[in-house]
Design a protein around this ligand. Structure first.
Ligand SMILES: Nc1ncnc2c1ncn2[C@@H]1O[C@H](COP(=O)(O)OP(=O)(O)OP(=O)(O)O)[C@@H](O)[C@H]1O
Ligand SMILES: [Mg+2]
Length: 358
């Protein structure tokens, strides 16, 4: 085999990563991943001088690069981090006292999981820096556990998912609820976990028997464990997460409402100056990231209104649209994202439907 081209070598190291965040090994890899190094943008003439294979490697490397912008410190993310830091302040209470929890609650595609995983990554790194990779009794320290839920999750499923994160051999075997709970408590305590992130909490139906069971169990875990819980989900307020599915006066007794601090995440709005500025700042960060031969500064900012119409100011729809537009810019040889390319790039179903009515 011939030696790899410079971009072939880059791809060997930095190709699309498949982290399994729901397992400690995958989470650890995510936390410790070095950022991809940027490479130089070639001019059209320089691209023409490359042989076929080298050009193919260069194009593939920039597709990977373009599809992976860094996490941007949007206002939404910065505000959410401030709320989460405040909630974590009570996490320093001694272990006999109850900690508060935080809830990132918003509509789909607004960056909830990104906020939670990036915040948790910082907590993890901070924990390592301060206390090192091992606990006092020599166990692996895992400051954060990340537990994504699946549809129709049951109490047993939740406990299993927690055990799976810790790679506990009993995750599949143990059947008994009490046993699963005490194993979960064991894992969290042994690994000195401080923050447990439960993602996609909307999969719990708080009005259904199974859901109420899971919700009660989460409360008892919060009582039993010296950790802060960070819950993430879609429209949890409307789904009665805070009042535990109870109606009217009964809701007064819902403990979750007193224990949890809600952290909303909103779409970008361009109706006022500050909002419009935040949107163009986001676009200018994203356009600076792209590696395209004719990718001029301002190419996305110039289309700020149209991009907002197509995506309704939702970051997930926006990054999808830009990924695809950048792909088309390379494939078509346009090497820039102009209005035409943008028009042929597809958005997700919801964004497409809503753009049609705007
Ligand atoms: N701060 C950010 N910087 C850059 N890209 C972001 C940021 N936040 C979100 N994104 C982009 O939006 C996509 C969707 O974000 P994320 O998965 O966090 O949203 P979500 O609200 O959890 O969505 P869902 O409701 O589907 O669970 C991400 O894959 C990423 O491309
Ligand atoms: Mg999510």
């Amino acid at each position: 085999m011939s030696a790899p081209t410079p971009w072939g070598a880059w791809l060997e190291e930095y190709d699309t990563a498949s982290y399994q965040l729901s397992r400690k090994a995958g989470w650890d890899a995510f936390v410790n991943a070095a950022p991809r190094p940027r490479f130089e943008v070639l001019t059209r003439a320089e691209m023409r001088a490359l042989d076929e294979d080298t050009l193919a490697d260069y194009n593939e490397a920039r597709r990977v690069w373009n599809a992976n912008p860094p996490t941007i410190k949007t206002q939404q993310l910065t505000r959410a981090f401030q709320v989460l830091e405040q909630v974590m302040a009570s996490g320093r209470r001694d272990g006999d006292k109850l900690r508060g929890s935080a809830v990132v609650d918003a509509e789909p595609g607004l960056g909830k999981t990104t906020i939670a995983t990036r915040f948790a990554r910082e907590v993890h790194r901070r924990g390592y820096r301060r206390h090192g990779p091992f606990t006092d009794d020599g166990s692996q320290r895992l400051p954060v556990a990340f537990v994504p839920l699946a549809a129709g999750v049951t109490l047993k499923g939740l406990n299993q998912q927690i055990l799976k994160f810790y790679d506990h051999p009993a995750a599949e075997r143990a059947n008994n609820r009490t046993q699963l709970t005490s194993l979960a408590v064991d894992c969290v305590t042994t690994c000195a976990t401080r923050l447990v992130v439960i993602d996609d909490l909307h999969f719990i139906d708080f009005r259904h028997k199974n859901g109420i069971e899971v919700s009660n169990h989460l409360k008892s875990l919060a009582n039993a464990l010296p950790v802060t819980f960070l819950y993430v989900g879609v429209n949890l307020m409307a789904k009665r997460f805070f009042d535990e599915g109870m109606d009217g006066e009964q809701a007064v007794y819902a403990q979750m409402s007193r224990r949890a601090t809600r952290c909303p995440v909103t779409p970008f709005s361009i109706d006022n100056d500050a909002g419009a500025r935040a949107w163009t700042d986001l676009l200018s960060t994203l356009e600076r990231h792209l590696i395209l031969a004719d990718g001029e500064p301002g190419m996305l900012v110039a289309q700020a209104k149209e991009l907002h119409r197509r995506t309704q100011g939702r970051i997930a729809s926006l990054t999808n649209l830009i990924d695809r537009a950048a792909y088309l810019a390379i494939a078509s040889g346009t090497e820039s994202i102009n209005a035409e390319i943008l028009e042929s790039a597809l958005t997700d179903n919801a964004a497409h439907r809503l753009a049609g009515t705007a």
